[in-house]
Ligand binder design. Structure first.
Ligand code: GCO
Ligand code: MN
Ligand code: MN
Length: 375
């Protein structure tokens, strides 16, 4: 290994995790078929462990098919647990698939059909049970189909009430069973629905305050989803952190204003990724660094693991840049002088402060040079 490779080599202490669906993504899109073979969950565990990951996360149906019998389920989960033990891998988060099966085409917890809402709730409870069995501390709830194209079809006030009832029932389930699990709600503005309810992390935070047990519910912001909404992910993550609600995070990248790209972490906007890493490392976030992204459709399986390795390496390189940022005398001096530029608060002079230059051009250029590796 070269010196740089060793320096940015992921280890268990870094707590990097990947969804089974990320490295398992077969490159299917609305215009083309799968380009890669199915990746068995046990192989994903093995390969990610080799790369230095801490664990994997999963939807119920990434592991257990939706139509599995109880016996089949037991065998599959047993084999999977064996693979986890063999490779010293954890499952810190599980989630539920309430979007793939045709039954959910007009929503799951917000379906206007009571029987579908009940089915969705039972499926989510079973996924929470699976999470408990696998030792997960977080249950992510992403309402991919909770939305609409036709607002005449469903009163959004009813949808909010059904959504609230659903999440309340899930917290009841967790509390009654005394599970050490918290729910993390994930927002997305659109895709697969024309519009998804509670479109941003900020909207989720406001919704959580209306629940029966808000203390058990936080958020799982995703970089790409905030960007799809035209927002600054760092600010969304900061709002969640400062509310004590950053229970989990989905790291990836995205060009704003496009379809859901799920790009390798930091690959589109390294500077934006730097500020997210800075926030996580300095803001007291203790959860796993979870990647929810996938390899380009051009890649074979080697490219998939190149992608996974790249996510972790970029995180570690940016983490190193955070240390350099704090140690950089010119950057720190500039920050200090910006704050104290013209004397004390007692002699406050409005016009002087109005005329002052903040030197942010210099500051930003210094950060650019730090990130580009010439500082
Ligand atoms: C997406 C979402 C999903 C969720 C996952 C967890 O845009 O498809 O980000 O990947 O994170 O389903 O519930
Ligand atoms: Mn996600
Ligand atoms: Mn996503």
């Amino acid at each position: 290994m070269t010196e740089t490779a060793e320096r940015f080599h992921p280890t268990k202490q870094d707590r990097f995790t990947f969804g089974l669906w990320t490295v398992g993504n077969r490159g299917r899109d609305p215009f083309g078929a799968a380009v890669r073979p199915t990746l068995p969950p046990t192989t994903a565990v093995e390969r990610l462990a080799e790369l230095g990951a801490y664990g994997v996360t999963l939807h119920d149906n990434d592991l257990v098919p939706i139509d599995a019998t109880p016996g089949e389920r037991q065998a599959i989960v047993g084999d999977f647990q064996q693979a986890l033990a063999d490779h010293d891998m954890r499952v810190p988060m599980v989630t539920v698939n309430l979007f793939y099966d045709p039954v959910f085409k007009d929503g799951a917890l917000t379906s206007s059909v009571p029987a579908i809402r009940r089915y969705a709730l039972d499926k989510a409870k079973a996924a929470i049970d699976l999470g408990h069995q696998l030792g997960a501390e977080t249950f992510v709830l992403w309402g991919g189909r909770e939305g609409s194209e036709v607002d005449a079809a469903k009163n959004p006030l009813d949808a909010m009430a059904w959504y609230r009832d659903g999440v309340n029932a899930l917290t009841e389930h967790i509390l009654t069973n005394r599970y050490a699990i918290r729910i993390a709600m994930e927002a997305k503005p659109n895709e697969p629905r024309g519009d998804i309810y509670l479109a941003t992390t900020g909207a989720m935070l406001a919704f959580i305050a209306t629940l029966d047990h808000p203390e058990v519910v936080g958020v799982n912001p995703e970089i790409a989803h905030e960007k799809m909404a035209g927002l600054n992910p760092c600010h969304s993550v900061a709002q969640a952190l400062s509310a004590g609600k950053l229970f989990h995070i989905d790291l990836n990248d995205q060009k704003p204003g496009r379809f859901d790209q799920d790009l390798r972490f930091g690959s589109d906007d390294p500077k934006g990724a730097f500020y997210v890493v800075k926030l996580l490392e300095e803001g007291g976030y203790e959860g796993p660094r979870h990647f929810d992204a996938h390899a380009y459709r051009t890649e074979d399986m080697q490219g998939v693991f190149e992608f996974a390795h790249g996510c972790m390496r970029t995180y570690l390189i940016l983490k190193d840049k955070v240390v350099r940022f704090e140690a950089d005398q010119e950057i720190q001096g500039l920050l200090q002088s910006i704050r104290t530029r013209t004397g004390n608060a007692d002699a406050f002079d409005r016009e002087t402060w109005g005329a002052v230059g903040y030197a942010y051009e210099r500051l930003d250029q210094l950060v650019m040079e730090l990130l580009l590796g010439v500082r």
